[in-house]
Design a binder for this molecule. Sequence first.
Ligand code: PLP
Length: 384
Amino acid sequence: MKISSRLSDVPPSGIREFFELVLNMDDVLSLGVGEPDFVTPWRIREAGIYSLETGYTSYTSNKGLLELRELIARELHDRYSISYDPDEEILITTGVSEGFDLAVRSVVDPGDEVVVFEPSYVSYDPCVKFSGGETRRIELDIDSGFVPSPDVIRENITEDTALMVINNPNNPTGSCLDFETAREISMISKEYDVPLLCDEIYSKLVYNGELHSPLDFDGMKDNCILLDGFSKSHAMTGWRIGYAAGPKEVISAMNKIHQYTMLCAPIVSQKAAVEAIENCENEVTEMVKEYNRRRRLVYGRFNRMGLRCSEPDGAFYVFPSIKKTGLSSEEFSKQLLEEEKVAVVPGTAFGSAGEGHIRCSYANSKEVLKEALDRIERFVSDKI
Ligand code: PLP
């Protein structure tokens, strides 16, 4: 059968490709997977079970359960002092993944440019391609802590720029925007009238004070599509549930696609998400404390073994430099897997700016992390 030419230059996910190798091996310690090692808190699972027992098995409104949209509006008001209308300015999606695709397809026309900072989450560039747009890459490096420079952003805005993607806290680097950069980005967005697509899926996983978001600044509600969800904060990756909040014309455009392609997010997951927002603050706090302990362990060990690592302020990843070993990211990751049976993700899976780095997830028990770090240290000891 003929395959659409739109897919011809979409490469396979660098993460998936690498993990095909891991599947065929025994006893591998994996720091590769980007999902919590916790199961969903019991209260949330119970709410899901109860909703099935009581017969909640139907479609919901395309926009999602009003009860859930109202709770999200309240949470966002507490977070940003912004009032989103639950009826017109919030859409429940099947994860941030769907929200991202809907948002890009809603505002990008063929030929438009989308600014993406690299290294970047693996879905961004393919989704831009699906919309017919073009990714305008801005490369970030470890010397700047993987935080973009406002001057460089300004230089990369053209008359074709339709959108700028901000992933904060960041996958794969763990970096977060500082107050000043978040403010500058909000100013640039207003000055050049470039909407922001803020993927804040790791918003609750921050370790050094508060998250600084462009949404903290005046007037940004009208210029920003916010995406968040439950996969990471509540260990709910398999439930496929997230949301988008933004100006009503954008949410309505996103729903135009969603109502035909998805109809609605699963009702059982929506019911579970209600419980997650209403009653699970303590569970999230406990998971964040545990991630923070692991973060300190992993970040400290990489620097001590000679692999430079900027301090990750959020998410659950570190992105150490392996340049000193003289190996490329791919070579390092393949040899480490073969020789020490530790799986990490080559930095190039996140774009060419990731060359010279590996991504390690600390969503793993301390025992696994310690053993994996010992093996990595042994692997690099004769190379640096
Ligand atoms: N955005 C980022 C930055 C991610 O790291 C991930 C998952 O790893 C997603 C979105 C996908 O989230 P969801 O499970 O809500 O689709």
